[in-house]
Write a protein that binds this ligand. Structure first.
Ligand SMILES: [Fe+2]
Ligand SMILES: [Fe+2]
Length: 174
């Protein structure tokens, strides 16, 4: 079964949004590195790598379905963040935007009767729960650390421990 035009378009747009997510996390990581928070920068860098895998998951899915993949230009990622709290708030706001985008894809897959696409999206729907939990926790941690140098240092050290592990998205390794 071919995908509907609008669903294929939504999948292609989501590939671009996931690459933009990667780009944004890279920009946030760079800001943290330049502002003496190498641990938090590491956390964001791991997330950057994760977002590339999210994009690859959608690319692979379109290929499995025999649909065309479009690689549109990625928007510039940058911003003027005042402190680490603002950096992590930007990440959370972006994840909320991505959750909304994936929910709309699932609604379209349901309306178009594309059960395979709808089931495939379950992985991403559940992943967004994790992303928002992480995002909310991060904002809470930085709010608590406030301007206390000792708390900021110990928080930054905790973020240094995050290691990259590729997500197991359906079909990615087929
Ligand atoms: Fe993502
Ligand atoms: Fe994740």
């Amino acid at each position: 079964m071919k995908m509907t035009d609008r669903l294929r378009k939504l999948f292609n747009e989501q590939i671009n949004k996931e690459y933009y997510s990667a780009y944004l996390y890279l920009a946030l990581s760079n800001w943290l590195n330049q502002n003496d928070l190498p641990g938090a920068a590491n956390w964001m860098y791991v997330q950057y790598r994760e977002e590339i895998v999210h994009a690859e998951g959608f690319i692979r899915y379109l290929m499995m379905r025999g649909e065309e993949v479009e690689l549109a230009p990625i928007e510039e990622a940058g911003g003027d963040w005042a402190d680490a709290l603002e950096v992590f708030e930007a990440a959370l706001a972006h994840e909320e935007f991505i959750t909304d985008s994936i929910d709309k894809m699932a609604a379209a897959a349901e309306e178009d009767g594309d059960r395979a696409a709808r089931i495939f999206l379950d992985w991403y729907i559940l992943e967004q729960i994790e992303e928002e939990v992480n995002g909310n926790d991060n904002v809470m941690f930085w709010k608590r650390a406030g301007d206390h140098p000792g708390a900021v240092l110990s928080l930054d050290r905790q973020y240094a421990a995050r290691e990259f592990e590729a997500d197991e998205i359906p079909y990615l390794d087929v």
